[in-house]
Ligand binder design. Structure first.
Ligand SMILES: [Zn+2]
Length: 232
């Protein structure tokens, strides 16, 4: 992990962890010609993301990619777009929940049950609708439904993957398998985990928890190989 300043965390070259964002992990991917924000946190975080980029010397944010429509990931997207003019990109299926007042069907999610307002936030119309294998800058879209119907991962082949809540990690830098209370469709979430495990990457950046910086795809393949359903 590269600490490039008091508040700057460049996890690997070109990938910044905007730790001041509250709600989920917010990643700023800086590449030639593009500066891409992946997930924005709860409402009220946009200014923090802009300030981080400014302190880094990044003058413009080109894209905001949302891994899914939950408020802890999409809550500041509208405000961030207003501040920066960045284009918002989401999976085609997930766009419906961001554009309309329709709430994600979350019958098993304890968070949504306990705090219903967590599924309500300022709606907006995405600028770019994504499907499998589309690219934004150097990031390729991988559709990984289960947590929500339009959840996506973003893959920089051979380097890194950003998984949103399709895969999370915990405090010990370890990967977590999908859990029933947070997955709308558990069988699809497990299938998506296997799909991710078949990809080639070194570092994994989840929607919550610290990044897995090295040998992440090998670690995930180990987990998948030892799942009861996958043992020969
Ligand atoms: Zn989520």
């Amino acid at each position: 992990m590269l600490y490039t300043g008091r508040y700057h965390i460049e996890v690997i070259p070109g990938v910044h962890w905007v730790r001041s964002v509250v709600g989920c992990n917010c990643w700023l991917v800086v590449e030639p010609g593009n500066s891409i924000v992946i997930d924005t946190g709860l409402p009220g975080n946009a200014r923090r993301i802009v300030n981080y980029a400014k302190q880094l010397g990044v003058s413009a944010i080109s894209h905001i990619i949302l891994t899914h429509a939950d408020i802890d990931h999409a809550g500041s997207a509208s405000e961030l777009k207003s501040l920066t003019g960045a284009k918002i990109a989401v999976h085609t299926i997930e766009a419906h929940y961001m554009t309309t007042r329709t709430e994600l069907p979350f019958p098993f999610c304890w968070v949504s049950r306990l705090i219903p307002r967590l599924s309500r936030f300022a709606r907006f119309t995405p600028d770019i609708l994504l499907d499998e294998s589309d690219s934004v800058g150097g990031l390729r879209v991988v559709h990984t439904p289960g947590h929500t119907p339009g959840s996506i991962c973003l893959l920089k082949k051979g380097e890194s993957i950003f998984t949103g809540d399709a895969l999370r990690t915990h405090a010990r830098d370890k990967l977590l398998t999908p859990s029933r209370p947070t997955a709308m469709d558990m069988p699809r979430a497990m299938d998506s985990m296997k799909k991710i495990a078949a990809l080639d990457f070194t570092s994994l950046f989840g929607g919550h928890g610290p990044p897995v910086i090295s040998k992440a795809s090998a670690k995930l393949r180990d987990i998948v190989a030892n799942l009861p359903c996958c043992q020969v």
